[in-house]
Design a protein around this ligand. Structure first.
Ligand SMILES: C[S@@+](CC[C@H](N)C(=O)[O-])C[C@H]1O[C@@H](n2cnc3c(N)ncnc32)[C@H](O)[C@@H]1O
Length: 228
């Protein structure tokens, strides 16, 4: 597998040879196959809401000779996924709102024993806010660029209902990413641009001037992380 984004997801799995991963929205099943082939987990369940991608995952699992170690499951999110023994849940390549919705419907992942690996394509701010508000802590993020796309893969775990303050806009857009790597700088740059575009748009409405300034200040904060 040479998909940088999925490799970043694999890098944030807990890496326990006795572990069991659920790959939610598996599509082709490449990630589930890679995780088991590399010994990043012992077994996996590849799940998808649609028959067609699940069929393609089944075929790839069969070709890899891993039918005894990777099961498949037709499921909306984690709704029909047997929870027993799952140590890692990967939800990649979907919108942040859908990822948050899938997490919200699975009570059994509210434990420190389950490592979540989340890769939103859009609405990262919604997902970070959901995690912040619902007792999940993002413990690590891996930014990654692929062509003109730049993503941040998050690792999160349930820590319970600790009191937390407000979550800043710079955090909602930039997460834990710093400017120490090229991919990190690219991510922060892209997110700062997004904040600036939103901020300038808000400036056009006089009653939104305060919000606009918040966006522009958050953009400056991300640019400072890059170092300029
Ligand atoms: C863009 S693909 C991402 C595939 C792979 N996870 C990746 O990151 O490359 C999204 C996949 O998620 C599946 N999907 C969409 N909504 C889902 C849901 N609610 N539950 C499970 N799978 C879903 C789609 O059928 C599709 O196969």
């Amino acid at each position: 597998m040479n998909d940088k984004r999925l490799l970043a997801c694999a890098a944030l799995c807990s890496g326990r040879p006795d572990g069991r991963a659920a790959d939610v929205g598996t599509d082709h099943g490449h990630l589930a196959v890679y995780l088991v082939q590399q010994g990043i987990c012992g077994t996996a369940v590849a799940c998808d809401i649609n028959e067609k991608p699940l069929g393609s995952a089944k075929e790839n699992i069969r070709r890899a000779g891993l039918e005894d170690r990777i099961s498949t499951c037709l499921s909306d999110g984690l709704d029909c996924v047997p929870s027993e023994g799952i140590t890692d849940v990967v939800i990649a390549g979907m919108g942040g709102e859908l990822i948050a919705d899938i997490i919200s419907r699975a009570d059994w992942i509210r434990t420190e024993r389950v490592n979540l690996v989340l890769q939103p394509m859009t609405k990262w701010d919604h997902l970070r806010q959901y995690l912040w508000d619902n007792g999940f802590e993002v413990t690590r993020e891996l930014p990654c660029t692929e062509g003109r796309f730049v993503y941040s893969v998050m690792q999160a775990v349930y820590v319970g209902g600790r009191q937390r303050g407000e979550c800043s806009l710079a955090y909602l857009y930039g997460g834990l990413t710093d400017g120490s790597t090229e991919d990190g700088r690219a991510y922060l740059q892209r997110q700062a641009q997004r904040l600036e575009t939103a901020g300038r748009g808000l400036m056009r409405s006089p009653d939104k001037a305060v919000t606009a300034q918040r966006y522009l200040a958050a953009a400056r904060e991300l640019r400072e992380r890059i170092g300029g």
